[in-house]
Design a binder for this molecule. Sequence first.
Ligand code: TNX
Length: 610
Amino acid sequence: MLFLAAVLALALPAVIPLPREMTAAPGAFVLPAAVRIGARDPAAREAASFLADALRAHGRTADVGAVRGASPAIRLAAQAHDPRLGDEGYALDVGPSGVTLDANTGAGLFYGVQTLEQMLDGAGGALAGVHVVDRPEHAWRGLHLDVSRHFFPVAVVERYVDLAARYKLNTFHWHLTDDQGWRLEIRRYPRLTTVGGCRAGTQAGGPGSQRTDGRPVCGWYTQDQVREVVAYAARRHVTIVPEIEMPGHAVEVLAAYPQFGCGPGPYATRELWGVSSEILCPTEATFGFVDAVLSEVAALFPGPYVHIGGDEVPTTAWRASPFVTALMQREHLPTYEAVQGYFTRRVETLARAHGKRIVGWDEIVAGAVTPEAIVMVWHEAPEIVHAALVHNDVVMTPDPTLYFDAYQGNPAYEPLAIGGLTTARTVYDYRPPAGTHVLGVQGNLWTEFVPTPEQLWYMAFPRELALAEIAWTPPARLDADDFAQRLGPALARLERDGVPFRIPAPVFSASGAALTFPAQQLVRNRAAVTVDGAGIDVALSETVPDATIRYTLDGSLPSAASPPYAAPLHVALAPGERATVAAIAVLADGRRSAPAFLDLGRSAARRSPR
Ligand code: TNX
């Protein structure tokens, strides 16, 4: 009994992202059937309503009221005036008499509630005593979603935002426009959606395919829907950064309004992935158009930023344009990069007049951008990172390290993706450069090969959990092995919530030692071990707590009908003999992981020395 108590006291709750400071405290708080939550101020009431929902999901009744004489079990207040907590931090104490959560702001309380909800998950009726003082490492904890290449309805976008907020991400970069579709209703320019929001077909097949499915498709958000998403995100302390791509990645604009191109057209919303060579022409008419669009965008999105794109600008159309040639002479623009710089500065002036600071992809640096622009660095080359850092604040979104459209394992066993390899571990190991110019980090989810919501969740999780931790937790506290331990409970929670994340493959250990998969072997989901003696014990473990492992020993691919793993397998090998253990993890709903393989070989018998 005493021993058990000691163990309980030592075990800290599995929280992602790991709090800055978390220590065990004596005792535990036994949750009553009816929980009273005392909220001291309006911000506290708002945060408490999320906690009440979570308690109800755990079979309790919960009511939120004022803090009066009878002390409520759980008290929240956003009046800490505690410099340790900053704008987004919180202090959380759980002990036998209850829970107190303090913050300087509503955001801080909201994050404290997220921590508490994760503690509730593993608690089974009693919250272990704990003392937490937490605040984020990075101000910009971003997650991006491309709704142009594939359109996702409001309910999916809200779920995406909700899940991000649960892991304390605070910035949603909504990639609303691109060559393949304009997704935002603009009252002044209705054809942006009715024409630019439609395409005649969608690329079929993998990267580089020239085939389309021939099925016309449209999709966009009305301004009312956008206001709904903005409010939904705001309740969760998520700022939305809308992206309106220009001057490249904008052929859908020209399909609707060809007068903003440099050539005669005609133009069409793009059906294939990749980049259109048709781009916006830097005319006064175009800037008038951009001004009108930005005025509606600024009115819809209360956040301080608008992302104006700026990546991958082919110059073919500008080179062929007498207008651009004349502009270059008049404005003393020696290069096409300088023309893009001119374009960016004009747009920045417009954005500023609408009260917004611009964000742009790192290509905007080459054209001499103003120091107020925020540069979103997606190229990993050190010279590009450094160039951006000289004068500008940056957000780090390195491709493919934080690109959630890359493969998460051997393509042979993964749904079609764009390429590359970005595992949760790849994400976890990323460290942004230090310095006050680095606002934070962001994961990008481009959707060329993400046609459905199911695929969206698969690509997002578990990588998003690793992103959340490197965004929030101080680097000195980051520990991949510890994170791997906390991943199991986090995935179990996503499973309960019906989020079809990618299930990690089983992990091998042989004769007691965990086998690490070097990057090369990880790609092939394959490790190899040479056995010295007559046999070897192979243990398997899964990440998701209630998963079943199924395995084969004959080299075939395991199925749901293969034997379930229960105890370490003893594999006996004669000299020179080889064997393969193959294993998958299967969830209760039948979803399964990619297979992992362990090749065992015994060296041929050596002659005994004379
Ligand atoms: C490059 S990253 C793009 C996107 C694509 C992505 C695919 C960036 C700023 N531009 O238009 O969707 O690659 O990974």
